[in-house]
Design a protein around this ligand. Structure first.
Ligand SMILES: CC(C)(COP(=O)(O)OP(=O)(O)OC[C@H]1O[C@@H](n2cnc3c(N)ncnc32)[C@H](O)[C@@H]1OP(=O)(O)O)[C@@H](O)C(=O)NCCC(=O)NCCS
Length: 196
């Protein structure tokens, strides 16, 4: 396994090395599908009707879907390990950008999930530092994301990491239309991105 340790000079990294992070490959599809399904249910299961949850999970987190995403050169998938167990994953994705994101060269932080046993232990900071690095490798100047408006912990985390609220976007869990906040981060030195 090829492991990458984050630079101690990164301002988002806590003093201790929080985790080991590597790039995902298609052979990780089964592992990632199971982990992504579990962490999505942990986060949002109680807020969604089981039918909508099932529709969303089967459309987004099946093994074939994960295999395709892991093979997609426009997506960087990051797998974070603690104690040799998968503890978190993130995906940085080049693609469509909502109109409310005005920063230059935007790339999306498409998925960002830490296993709940590792919340508050610095894994998220290390993973975000690596996601920023992956975005810069896509020549991004702006990292943007969507987060459910009723996910206060995630919004607090991103705000702490200097993301700025720039608008809203729809998000569908099955047939249920929900509202996400759209947040953006200037990768060229945390300059504030104007909210619209
Ligand atoms: C969102 C996530 C990545 C953040 O990682 P984390 O390790 O939990 O983040 P941290 O503990 O460093 O920061 C969370 C902050 O929210 C605060 N917080 C916790 N619960 C909160 C709540 N209900 N309301 C507001 N703030 C809250 C914490 O106190 C902390 O702030 P502090 O460091 O100033 O005390 C992680 O919680 C996670 O993976 N959650 C489930 C998946 C998810 O929601 N992903 C985001 C999808 S867009």
């Amino acid at each position: 396994m090829s492991l990458h340790f984050e630079s101690q000079s990164d301002p988002y990294l806590q003093p201790a090395r929080a985790c080991q992070i590597r790039r995902g490959v298609p052979a990780d599809a089964d592992l990632l599908a199971r982990f992504a399904t579990r962490t999505f249910i942990d986060t949002y299961g109680e807020y969604n009707h089981p039918d909508n949850l099932h529709l969303h999970l089967s459309a987004s987190y099946g093994v074939a879907q994960q295999q395709a995403e892991l093979a997609d050169r426009r997506i960087a998938t990051l797998l974070a390990y603690r104690d040799e167990q998968l503890a978190a994953f993130a995906q940085v994705r080049c693609g469509e950008v909502p109109a409310c994101v005005s920063g230059g060269a935007p790339v999306e932080l498409h998925r960002f999930y830490v296993d709940r046993v590792w919340h508050g232990h610095g894994v998220s900071q290390s993973l975000l530092a690596e996601a920023r690095r992956a975005a810069r490798e896509f020549d991004a100047a702006t990292l943007w994301l969507k987060v459910w408006e009723r996910n206060p912990r995630a919004i607090a985390f991103y705000t702490k990491c200097h993301f700025v609220d720039v608008g809203t976007a729809d998000f569908f869990v099955g047939n249920d239309r929900q509202t996400d906040r759209v947040l953006a981060l200037d990768l060229r030195g945390n300059r504030a991105i104007a909210a619209t």
